[in-house]
Design a protein around this ligand. Sequence first.
Ligand code: PMV
Length: 309
Amino acid sequence: SKIGNGYAHAKIILMGEHAVVYDYPAIALPFSAVQVHVQVKASQHSTSHIDCQYYAGPIDEAPSMLANLNRAISLTLDSFKILSQPIQITINSNIPQERGMGSSAAVSVAIVRAICDYYDIDISDKQLQLIVNQAEVIAHESTSGLDTLMTSSNNPVIYRKSQTPRPFELALDAYLVVADSGQAGQTKLAVSHVGQLKDRKPELVKELMSAIGNFVQQAYDAISEKDVQKLGRLMTYNHYYLNQLGISNPTLDHIINAAWLGGALGAKLTGGGLGGCVIALASDENSAIEIAQVMQDAGAINSWYFRLS
Ligand code: PMV
């Protein structure tokens, strides 16, 4: 009998988080070391069922934490006027949640793709993103659409709030190490903290933001000049400024310090902050392995690395 398959990967913000809220540029990357795979097949039951890490049972009775997935499913069926026989949706994901990796968008992307594959529907990227963004509104209230874009495409992008994201070529003789602090990221809290700081110290925050914006622009140039040393330094500067904005914490700083001392060309927190993940730039694979190890020794619960090409 027929099976539909759908896939998506995680995302990482390389530089520019938080400043991007104030319309400065940021750089984001697809991160395919962690992935979600979804299978759709005919249901054994009289109703559609979903099976994931948190719940297995009828979709209609799924807990509210899966409301966004439910929405992605019904939007897909409605959009393509599918009169669905009961289906069984099985989700396998190793993307950590609440780490700024875009896990919820990734699961929705994979679900929509799997349903379309099952029904032989050729969905465009635009249609896919429209559906997933609508589902993401349920999970995150407001969404920049960045997670949807990054988890469904293979290109790095540089983007600003006021502009459409621009994909670009990233091919460097260097490795990015990603380490999970084990603490949930707190994007909402961090964004509101920065907002409050801005109200109290507008000049300071404006200068920090505009400096971050400059680092991102310089990083973009360093990438096209293949200057990995410079990219590393810029990542490190970016972290100092994020720290000044108050969105790092002792756990993240400890792991980042370990990466610096362990030979990283640069290291910083990634995503919303106050927890979540940190990233480090390594000059070669051996160095990446060593940096991943020292980050784990410093408390990271998991780590990955990949070549920036
Ligand atoms: O934690 P993430 O990956 O969702 O990243 C948040 C990025 C911020 O700039 C802090 C917030 C935003 O909406 O852009």
